[in-house]
Design a protein around this ligand. Structure first.
Ligand SMILES: *Cc1c(COP(=O)(O)O)cnc(C)c1O
Length: 428
């Protein structure tokens, strides 16, 4: 029996009280926060994303990629909504199983696995795993002979913010050999997967990979593999700030699916969205803990500023080793929202934001144009749910910020209703 989320595990938002109101109250209640950084996570946003997914990609069953954000409440709400889970390690498998997720709802989507982890998956009853090389097939034939394997192929990830195809994916001209090896080792291959890279801005990457997958399906059938699963991976945008809307990508995917994998092909289609589900659900509040003015000499002064420009360094109580670890991987824009009220004529200064650790690498952003701020002021950041808390650590003794989960009563009631409907229709 799944371990459902309980009302005591999140803040129930009553009568129009929003996640933003909760953040405001936490900011104002210094006795509670001590001005420590914290996150507010709106579980309702995850519910909305799920409904949007089902609407835009009706033929595709989502398996949430746990690595993107493995917060317990996130796993629980997604389990209640009826998604599956994409796990990449023994610990991730143990985590979702401890939440009561059934092995049929887990795919072990890591093409290069440690032998003891393969054995663990076998013991747990997890059957679906990915591979992209011959050595993996040998390991699987010895450690998990009943596995149902998915061949991961390379994808064009050049338009994505995190690229994965250098590390993973078989090229089309090696697939024949891999499928033949699988046959000789009596390892069952049931499908194809790909990942276009995280934060994909070009839907054509999906269409091309779906077409490639069809070729591999044909090859595999020639070797006698009974192909029945297509896994279109992750990469879907997670916020309205992205260059392309989720629905635009979905349109291209649906067209390609109808062409290469029509309903009559009886192929089950799954995806592994990570960022899509969680990015916009989390917001971060950080406090300015220290400040330094730096004078920068400028050439070509026009007389008035006598050639000196002020730059301000702000030191925050969260940084690259905490919630901003994603910056390191994504080179994304950092867009702070100044929390206090500002007058429109306030002068603007070139500003840098630094994290709290003593490492020079711990710089969140530079050359931001901000009004003058003071120790104790708050900065807010939206869209902090993907690859943030998942990759933070406690380097130098600075702990990752606590997360306050919240959901409106309306959404909570909708989830209870939805649950029944979806549990009937999910039958992969
Ligand atoms: C990281 C990862 C995902 C999730 O990617 P997003 O871009 O966050 O959607 C899905 N599948 C695999 C195999 C991954 O490694």
């Amino acid at each position: 029996m799944a371990r459902h989320i309980k009302e005591s595990e999140f803040t129930m938002l009553e009568d129009g009280y929003t996640p933003r109101d909760l953040m405001e109250d936490l900011i104002n209640d210094i006795s509670k926060t001590d001005r420590d950084a914290f996150l507010v996570a709106d579980l309702g946003e995850i519910v909305k994303k799920h409904l949007r997914f089902l609407k835009a990609l009706p033929r595709v069953k989502p398996f949430y990629a746990v690595k993107c954000n493995s917060s317990i409440a996130v796993i629980q709400i997604l389990d209640e909504l009826g998604t599956g889970f994409d796990c990449a390690s023994k610990t991730e498998i143990a985590l979702v199983q401890a939440m009561g997720v059934k092995p049929e709802h887990i795919i072990y989507a890591n093409p290069c696995k440690q032998i003891s982890h393969i054995k663990f998956a076998a013991t747990c009853g997890i059957q679906i795993m990915t591979f992209d090389n011959e050595v993996e097939l040998l390991k699987v034939s010895q450690s998990h002979p009943n596995a149902k394997m998915i061949l991961r192929i390379v994808a064009d990830d050049s338009k994505s913010s995190i690229q994965l195809s250098v590390k993973y994916g078989a090229t089309l001209n090696t697939c024949g050999h891999l499928l033949e090896t699988a046959k000789n080792l009596k390892v069952e291959v049931i499908g194809v997967s790909f990942h276009v890279g995280s934060g994909c801005n070009d839907p054509r990457a999906y269409a091309q990979s779906i077409a490639d997958a069809r070729l591999v399906f044909e090859m595999a059938s020639e070797f006698g593999h009974k192909m029945r699963l297509l896994d279109i991976g992750g990469g879907f945008p997670g916020s309205e700030d992205s260059k392309i809307r989720f629905e635009q990508i979905a349109d291209v995917i649906n067209t390609a699916l109808d062409l290469y994998f029509p309903e009559s092909s009886a192929v089950d289609i799954i995806a592994e969205p990570g960022r899509y589900y969680v990015e916009s659900a989390f917001s971060l509040a950080v406090n300015i803990i220290a400040k330094k003015e730096v004078q920068i000499e400028t050439s070509g002064s026009d007389g008035e500023g006598n050639g000196i420009n002020k730059q301000i360094f702000y030191y925050l109580n969260d940084g690259i080793y905490g919630s901003f670890s994603c910056i390191f991987f994504e080179h994304g824009d950092v867009k702070p929202i100044v929390h206090k009220k500002l007058s429109p004529d306030q002068p603007i200064y070139s500003s840098s934001l630094w994290g709290p650790t003593c490492d020079g690498l711990d710089r969140i952003a530079e050359h931001l144009r901000l009004p003058e701020l003071y120790v104790g002021d708050w900065l807010l950041f939206n869209n902090m749910g993907a690859y943030t808390v998942a990759t933070s650590c406690s380097f130098n003794g600075f702990l990752p910020p606590p997360i306050h989960f919240a959901m409106s009563r309306q959404t909570w009631e909708d989830v209870q209703l939805l649950q029944k409907g979806i549990l009937q229709s999910e039958d992969l």
